[in-house]
Design a protein around this ligand. Structure first.
Ligand code: ADP
Ligand code: MG
Ligand code: MG
Length: 954
């Protein structure tokens, strides 16, 4: 397989990253400022003529830079300096700062005058530390790697160039110095290929399927060995010499020039290629998508080479200080013997788990274990690092905070507190709120899984359990999922083209690939259940079959995977609630002993300590209330009373009410509904244990309750003893052109006060019943869709009157309040008037978004996706609050509301109440609480806690 393709796959896994980014807006905003001084100092250098520092060296335990200098040195450079400082074995090198990149683009792609000399000094320092000379044609020559490095690793940037400094003379010197011809010529072959590709642009042309260098290589292998797929490490020195000659000819043919031989010229070309790549299309597209300012620029790292391709005592690898899928504190990663650079992720050969090094190279393994500990105790976070072993000696080439699943994030954060590596506040900040629901993901039913047969094992790459029909191709998987099937996407390996299928699938299963494979990366970032590298699977795309141990499964057959354990099962296995849900909601004793459960509970406890806002829930039934309270909700933010009208034959009474011609007939029908509502409210008050319940009165347009089809209408006519014509007439009368803006919300109660009166009576009678039984009821009655103070006045009057009556009848007092939902712009801008009557208000941001944007959510599907693509809207405003539009109205309403009624406690409910960015925005607005669906409560609590901690830091 072409390495290039694998690299591309690795890269394009990254767009799944916004999840991680989204949750750390601070990170995005803060460094942006730092770009300004960078520009200034570059300009200063140009004008004053005084040489600024552009090159930052490290080596032999010292460094000019350090880990906090990411804006200036890029992420890779800053951490290389930091690792050198703390005495880790990092090959010497230097970083050319991001200021140079800024200068380069501000000055027509030229460099500051002082740069050249500083680079030469930088090389001289490397030479001194390493004891070798750049371009030395007699002794072991200094070879360097030229590596790009933005603040955050950024796909789309230039690929790394290794072994720079080789030419026809230095390669001989290298061969002689090492007495290892295969090694020397292998380096040279790699160098020409990489440099030819990324610097000289010898790449695939339009219409070509393969990289030209790969094509030459494959042809040679085919001609010589009759096998185009032969592994690279089987090639002899003579083979490599022949291939190099062909490579050079290819370069000459494509570029019209000979391959550059002067190491300094090579270096110049490579540095320019890195800076040039900052403005290539791929990089620009990526930056635009993730809001990375172009001013940041990239740094360039030039570093002495160490060699993983000298033989069987060498190799290269990538590793994590803990398991990034489960969070377990184990050394995790993979390693490829006798390999260089990205061979390990390119899929040319199958890497082995690092643990195996314990047996193969015990000394090197011990050193890696030591490094692993040093990294964590120094960086205080799980690290994702790259290393090379040259003849048994370990060298560190990169480290950064590792990406992890939501499950791993929770485990790592809580365990690191126990290990005293971090404090609890840091732990709360470390778990991305939008990934927390991964710990709530289903697991296999304990009993069912015991009976199931494990047919293969692979790497546990995405925690959770999934069961589905297998599909071997992304398109067919998408199709099947669209038909409502549960799908498992099974591939030999995945690539970016499979992304759609991966999203549609319940889980992903691959036969090949390790921790750094595309499937593993995507699963980690999307929170998909995934098992990868299950080597026993033989997938035949052509026949659309999968064979394991002699048993063949066809497309559409059921398999199940456990992404926490890395196991593949035959057939369908029932999935059940996660340990956390079983423990909290179902009060299951066994689950409460589990690690995930304990970690989760601990995290939520910390959230409770940190938070300013409280979290309520949207709930219409006692069961939902119970679930939400188990997750830590402190009341109901929204009960939608209309949901109560749809159950059983209640709908008939409702319809009778709608069809009634006279007040008396309507009241008669409403009287039938009253006991149902009262019972429902009682159930909710009972479950709430004294927490408040905001109850919204009837909101949807009445036609939603009437039947539409002929049959249903006939049926209803028979039941109610009226004519079908009458029903048809009423449906016709109630028909609206824009129901969203029509006869709904408080407009119903204004026209039919008896509906409001009945609902109020149901609430108060239920409250009286509850109080009598010792469940303290605390209803907050909410009148929807208010735009005029008078609307609210009229409704509130009815409520108070009913309250008086019920309290007198029952000889009791009920603690209640009446307020409104701010969900139309007029309500927001006149919140001061409305708050004179309203004792509380909360934002209904679904409707407020619809009415502010003049955009119907239900109809937005036809144009909104395009709006997101073209970035007219940055995010779907129905998922994340449109802060500058809708948010501005909210701010006005909060201010005006507090003016009129100082103690008013505004909240928010609806989809936005459980979405982390919106929750953080609400905290900034000073809202008192957010309300969301029961299963989003933990996410909202975490986001609220993070917002409070971030605000306290400022
Ligand atoms: P990326 O940003 O894509 O990870 P890197 O600059 O980290 O690119 O380089 C990719 C790989 O190249 C590294 O993982 C390492 O294996 C190899 N590499 C980079 N620098 C050196 C070096 N100085 N010596 C040997 N190998 C190197
Ligand atoms: Mg790297
Ligand atoms: Mg509404």
């Amino acid at each position: 397989m072409a390495k290039k393709a694998a690299r591309a796959a690795k890269r394009s896994a990254t767009p799944a990253r916004p999840a991680a980014r989204k949750s750390t807006p601070a990170r995005k905003a803060a460094p942006r400022k730092a770009a300004a001084p960078a520009r200034k100092s570059a300009a200063r250098a140009a004008s004053s003529g005084k040489a600024d520092k552009y090159v930052y060296s490290w080596g032999a335990g010292k460094a000019d830079g350090n880990g906090s200098m990411k804006p200036l040195l890029g992420g890779k450079g800053a951490n290389l300096a930091e690792m050198a400082r703390i005495g880790l074995p990092v090959p010497a090198g230097f970083t050319i700062s991001t200021e140079v990149c800024t200068y380069y683009y501000a000055n027509k792609r030229t460099y500051p005058a002082a740069l050249d000399a500083q680079i030469r000094t930088g090389i001289a320092k490397i030479e001194k530390v390493m004891g070798v000379k750049f371009g030395d044609a007699r002794k072991f020559p200094l070879l360097v790697a030229v590596r790009s490095g933005a603040r955050d690793s950024m796909p789309g940037m230039m690929d790394t160039i290794l072994n720079l400094g080789l030419n026809d003379e230095t390669v001989i010197a290298l061969e002689r110095a090492t007495n290892n011809p295969r090694f020397a010529w292998d380096c040279y072959r790699r160098f020409i290929q990489m440099y030819g590709d990324v610097v000289l642009g010898v790449q695939k042309r339009a219409g070509e399927d393969h990289e030209p260098f790969e094509t030459v290589l494959e042809h040679y292998k085919h001609e010589t060995y009759g096998n185009g797929e032969l592994e690279d490490n089987k090639l002899t020195a003579d083979d490599l010499k022949n291939i190099i000659a062909r490579f050079k000819a290819l370069v000459k043919e494509r570029t019209g020039k000979a391959f550059p031989t002067d190491p300094w010229k090579q270096l110049e070309g490579a540095v320019s290629a890195v800076f040039g790549s900052w403005m290539n299309d791929r990089a620009i597209v990526y930056r635009r998508k993730y809001n990375i300012p172009a001013e940041w620029g990239t740094a360039v790292n030039v570093q002495a080479m160490v060699f993983g391709n000298t033989g069987e005592e060498s190799g290269s690898g990538v590793a994590f200080t803990r398991d990034p899928a489960t969070g377990e504190k184990v050394f995790y990663g993979e390693f490829l013997l006798n390999a260089q650079g990205e061979d390990v992720v390119a899929g040319v050969r199958t890497p082995e788990p690092v643990a195996q090094l314990a047996a193969e190279m015990p000394k090197a393994y011990k050193e890696l274990e030591r490094i692993r500990k040093v990294l964590e105790s120094h960086f205080k976070d799980m690290q994702d690092f790259e290393f090379t072993i040259q003849d048994g000696t370990v060298y560190m080439l990169q480290t950064r905070n590792g990406k992890r699943t939501g499950v791993a994030a929770v485990r790592i954060a809580t365990e690191m507190v126990k290990e005293r590596l971090i404090d609890w506040k840091t732990a709360v900040m470390r778990v991305p709120a939008d990934q927390l629901d991964q710990v709530l993901a289903p697991i296999f039913d304990r009993v069912a899984v015991k009976k199931a047969e494990v047919i293969a094992r692979g790497l546990p790459a995405g925690p959770g359990a999934a069961s589905g029909e297998v599909y071997f191709n992304a398109d067919r998987a998408v199709e099947a999922a669209a038909k409502g099937k549960k799908v498992l996407l099974v591939r030999v390996e995945t690539s970016p083209e499979d992304l759609r299928g991966m999203i549609a699938a319940e889980g992903i299963l691959t036969a090949r690939g390790g921790v750094s494979s595309h499937a593993a990366l995507v699963a980690r970032q999307m929170g998909k259940v995934c098992v990868c590298g299950a080597a026993a699977l033989q997938v035949d795309y052509h026949k659309r079959t999968l064979t394991v141990n002699g048993v063949t499964y066809k497309e559409g057959d059921w398999l199940s995977i456990d992404g926490t354990a890395g196991e593949v099962y035959a057939g369908h296995i029932e999935t059940g609630a996660s340990e956390v849900i079983q423990g909290l909601v179902e009060n299951d004793a066994e689950s409460k002993k589990g690690r995930t459960f304990k970690n989760f509970v601990q995290l939520m406890k910390w959230c409770g300590e940190a938070t300013r806002m409280s979290v309520r829930t949207n709930a219409d039934t006692p069961e939902q209330v119970r679930n939400a309270l188990a997750f830590g909700a402190v009341g109901i933010g929204l009960t939608r009373t209309e949901h109560m009208f749809f159950e059983g034959d209640r709908i008939d009474a409702m319809r009778e009410m709608i069809l009634a011609d006279t007040l008396a007939a309507r009241e008669e029908a409403l009287a039938k509904l009253l006991p149902y509502q009262r019972e429902d409210f009682f159930g909710i008050f009972k479950e709430l244990k004294g927490y408040p319940a905001t109850i919204r009165f009837l909101d949807p347009p009445l036609h939603e309750f009437l039947p539409n089809t002929d049959d249903q209408q006939k049926d209803l006519a028979r039941k109610l003893g009226i004519s079908v014509e009458k029903i048809k007439q009423r449906v016709h009368d109630l028909h609206e052109f824009n129901p969203m803006l029509g006869f709904r919300g408080c407009r119903l109660g204004i026209s039919y006060p008896e509906i409001t009166a009945m609902q109020a009576r149901a609430v108060f009678e239920a409250a009286a019943d509850a109080n009598k039984k010792g469940y303290k009821a605390h209803p907050e009655i909410m009148i929807p869709l208010v735009g005029f103070k008078k609307e609210l006045d009229l409704q509130v009057e009815i409520v108070h009157e009913v309250a008086r009556k019920v309290q007198a009848e029952r000889k009791t007092t009920i603690k209640y309040s009446v307020g409104t939902m701010i969900e139309v712009p007029r309500g927001a801008v006149t919140a001061d008037e409305i708050a004179q009557t309203a004792e509380f208000f909360s934002f209904g941001t679904n409707d407020l978004t619809q009415t502010t944007l003049g955009m119907s959510r239900d109809d937005s599907g036809s144009f909104l996706p395009h709006y997101e693509e073209t970035e007219i809207v940055k995010k779907n405003p129905f998922a994340t609050i449109d802060q500058s539009g809708v948010g501005a109205l909210m701010r006005i309403a909060v201010e005006k509301g507090r003016q009129a009624r100082p103690g008013i406690k505004p909240g928010i409910r609806g989809e936005h109440g459980g979405e982390p960015d919106s929750v953080k925005f609400c905290d900034a607005l000073g809202l008192d609480y957010v309300s969301c669906s029961p299963f989003r409560v933990p996410v909202a609590r975490l986001a609220a806690a993070q917002a409070a901690l971030a605000a306290a830091k400022k």
